[in-house]
Design a protein around this ligand. Structure first.
Ligand code: ADP
Length: 588
């Protein structure tokens, strides 16, 4: 039998123990009682038989009528059957029989108790009496005369009385067993309930813990072992909860790092299937993490080299670092770091850290180009200067007219070098961190008028008409010197790249947050393909033409830097052959 309830188990066990113990005790008690009762009766009978023996007349055999009266009288008094038997086993008198029935009675010599008495001993026996139809106890005593047995007195007591008493005792014992059992049942029930209640509470709490609810507290109702267990379980739950929350915090921190990293992070399993990606990956490859998790890496990023890097990292159980050019979704250069992931020393996948180094490479290229450009820009005038100086030294200075021309050319180149170095210094200052803006209120129209006055001769030379339509009330907070340089560079370009009899319009729009200033010319314009790069350093549509006009290719770059330092932006709209509109904004 499989008992599931602890309470029932306890009840069942206790009931068994009580039943066995009580049963055994009762059995031995009963047996003892039975034996003692029988012994007591035998003793009484024996005493009675001795008493009868002393009352019997010496000449027993010769006086049957007297014998009959005596046995009948004594039998009534002692409530037992009395039989007198002679030494041959013949019945002489019996309290239960009349005198005339005596001769028909069976010879008693073979009855064990009689047999023992005839041989001079006290005999006893328990036997079923067919005459009385019940169990009888017989005690037989020899009546002796001069040490020889003359007759036998036998007392017989029906055992039915004792049996009834013993039966009643048996019933009482049984009843008390059941009574005790019932009482024990009630007490054990209460006890079991007392024990099982806290256990039930522990079971319920354990279930809650298993479901992850460690906030649940078990009520400790006692200080016994169960109470101690309860306290320990409560402590265990709190410490697990604390540990879990620590792990959760760590996890969250890791997740935040993972989410916030600029580098793309992909984890793949041993089969090369994507396990997780961070938002940077979604951005780099323009994909949605939900669509790709679980799919093979090669299927998502179709690049054999990348798949090969992952394979190598897992095979070598180490780190593989490699640069990779991916053409999808845009041509970009990536630095890939792939390292094998382990669990119990077994490779379970690979971690890919993808770093977009396109910008770094682009910046390196820009720097390289810049150095090459600067060297080239410096070299051209220097070569000319060197050439003319050598020609002069070799004797050309004798020819006054030519020497003057040469010196004018040298002066021109020196001016160009001077311009170039001034622009370079100004650009490097603008790009440096220590640049400081001294902002003040600048009335735009006044500033533009002053600058245009400075360009008067150049405008006249090219017959270009410049019109300043800026509202006289419009003012901005800006660094005066730097803003002057912006206007100077833009107006200088508008004149340089204008046509004869061309026009320049300068105007400003007052928008919500900023002021937009435009310098519009009717010049040669800029081809559409050059527009995106026009603000780059040294970028010129026509290098020779720009150089001839004393340009350094740095003017627009300086404009862009100054405007951005002020928090504004620059732009250009241009149609080749028709003219350009250079604009910049300044926050109010
Ligand atoms: P530069 O010293 O050559 O003028 P900038 O940086 O000022 O250098 O200008 C770069 C190039 O942009 C010029 O060489 C020219 O090709 C083009 N550009 C600038 N302004 C204009 C304009 N107003 N009209 C046509 N092209 C222009």
């Amino acid at each position: 039998m499989h008992i599931r309830s602890f309470k029932l188990k306890l009840l069942f066990s206790f009931a068994c123990v009580i039943l066995v113990c009580f049963g055994l005790v009762s059995y031995f008690l009963y047996k003892n009682l039975e034996e003692n009762t029988l012994k007591d009766i035998k003793t009484t009978l024996l005493n009675e038989v001795y008493l009868i023996e002393s009352l019997l007349p010496r000449d027993i055999i010769n006086n049957p009528a007297y014998l009959e009266d005596l046995v009948k009288d004594l039998s009534k008094k002692i409530n037992s059957r009395i039989t007198i038997i002679d030494k041959s086993g013949k019945v002489l008198a019996d309290s239960e029989k009349d005198l005339k029935e005596i001769p028909q009675m069976e010879n008693h010599a073979s009855r064990p108790e009689v047999k023992a008495a005839i041989s001079g001993q006290t005999g006893e026996a328990i036997r079923y009496s067919s005459t009385l139809k019940m169990d009888m106890l017989y005690i037989a005593l020899p009546v002796k005369e001069n040490e020889s047995v003359k007759a036998v007195i036998r007392l017989a007591l029906p055992l039915s009385g004792i049996k009834i008493v013993l039966g009643r005792i048996r019933k009482e014992i049984l009843f008390s067993i059941f009574f005790v059992l019932g009482l024990a049942f009630v007490f054990i029930s209460l006890l079991a309930e007392g024990i099982s209640r806290p256990i039930k509470r522990i079971i319920y709490a354990s279930r809650r813990f298993a479901e992850g609810d460690f906030r649940h507290k078990i009520y400790a109702s006692s200080k016994d072992e169960i109470g101690q267990l309860t306290v320990i379980l409560n402590k265990m739950a709190s410490s697990i909860e604390e540990k879990i929350s620590q792990i959760e915090i760590q996890n969250q921190q890791l997740k935040n790092i993972f989410q916030g990293m600029v580098e793309g992070i992909i984890t793949v399993d041993k089969q090369g299937r994507i396990v997780s990606v961070n938002p940077a990956v979604e951005k780099i490859f323009n994909i949605n993490s939900r669509d790709i998790e679980g799919r093979p890496l090669l299927e998502v990023i179709r690049n054999n080299e990348l798949a090969e890097i992952v394979k190598q990292a897992m095979d070598k159980r180490g780190l593989i670092s490699q640069e990779l050019v991916l053409t999808w979704p845009a041509q970009k250069i990536f630095k890939i770091n792939a390292s094998a992931l382990f669990e119990k020393e077994m490779v379970i996948g690979c971690l890919l850290v993808i770093h977009d180094i396109s910008q770094i490479r682009q910046l390196e290229n820009i720097r390289r180009d810049f150095v090459a450009n600067v060297s080239h820009e410096l070299k051209t005038p220097l070569t000319s200067i060197k050439g003319f100086v050598e020609t002069l030294i070799e004797g050309a200075w004798d020819d006054k007219e030519n020497a003057r021309n040469f010196l004018l050319i040298i002066q021109d180149h020196v001016n160009r070098l001077d311009n170039l170095i001034r622009d370079l210094l100004s650009l490097s200052y603008l790009e440096s961190k220590e640049v400081v803006l001294h902002k003040e209120k600048v009335v735009l129209k006044v500033m533009v008028d002053e600058i245009l006055a400075g360009f008067k001769s150049q405008l006249k030379k090219k017959s270009v008409e410049a019109k300043n339509s800026i509202n006289p009330d419009l003012s901005v907070m800006a660094d005066r010197d730097k803003l002057e340089q912006v206007f100077t560079n833009l107006i200088d370009n508008a004149i340089k790249f204008n046509r004869e009899n061309g026009a320049i319009k300068i105007y400003a729009q007052d928008a919500d947050k900023d002021i937009k200033v435009t310098v519009e010319d009717s010049g040669i314009g800029i081809p559409a393909k050059d527009i995106p790069r026009i603000f780059e350093r040294f970028y010129r549509v026509d290098k020779t033409r720009s150089r001839e006009m004393g340009g350094t290719g740095l003017g627009l770059s300086i404009v862009k830097h100054i405007v951005e330092l002020h928090g504004g932006s620059v732009g250009v709209e241009s149609t080749e052959g028709l003219g350009s509109k250079f604009w910049f904004t300044l926050p109010k």
